[in-house]
Design a binder for this molecule. Structure first.
Ligand code: SF4
Length: 155
């Protein structure tokens, strides 16, 4: 299976603070599959480290209020093109990120308040028919999840 994964989940230090969001159970889940790591924010030209961003009135802004929408959306488009070119079977994305989050994102006030919504990459992938999972959709006890994915692949 070809699986697109938020690079920070795999231990790449591409997070805004220069750290990562490594999750052992995600690494275990994708082990043996063809893993394609992407970090749309960095691909679009954002630096490491960088200021945190959220979506406000439909545009990406940093915590100082600077509009960084073009950069982030450029990176999202690049990641989407990779997904299409590679014909990925599944994407697993970092929870709550304005770029990668699948179920929830922060509300744009930089106050830590979450709202229902998708990050730009999760939205773009879903709109293009790709299966997208939030990292927190993968159970810590993943034997069952692995079996489910394998059986879906065979269908
Ligand atoms: S843009 Fe996505 S891959 Fe990059 S650091 Fe943020 S959550 Fe991780």
């Amino acid at each position: 299976m070809k699986i697109l994964v938020s690079a920070c989940l795999m231990g790449t230090n591409c997070k805004y603070d220069g750290k990562n969001n490594f999750r052992q159970h995600i690494a275990d889940f994708v082990k043996g599959h063809n893993v394609i790591q992407v970090c749309p924010e960095v691909m679009g030209g954002r630096s490491i480290p960088r200021l945190a961003i959220e979506i406000k009135n439909g545009r990406f802004v940093d915590i100082n209020g600077q509009d960084v929408d073009d950069e982030v959306r450029t990176g999202v488009q690049m990641a989407l093109e990779i997904a299409k070119k590679e014909r990925i079977d599944l994407a697993i994305l970092k929870s709550r990120s304005p770029t990668c989050g699948v179920h929830q994102i922060y509300d744009g006030s930089f106050s830590g308040k979450l709202i229902d919504g998708q990050g730009a990459l999760a939205q773009a992938l879903a709109e293009n028919g790709f299966r997208v999972l939030d990292a927190e959709d993968i159970p810590e006890n993943q034997n069952d999840a692995l079996k489910n994915e394998a059986s879906r692949e065979k269908k």
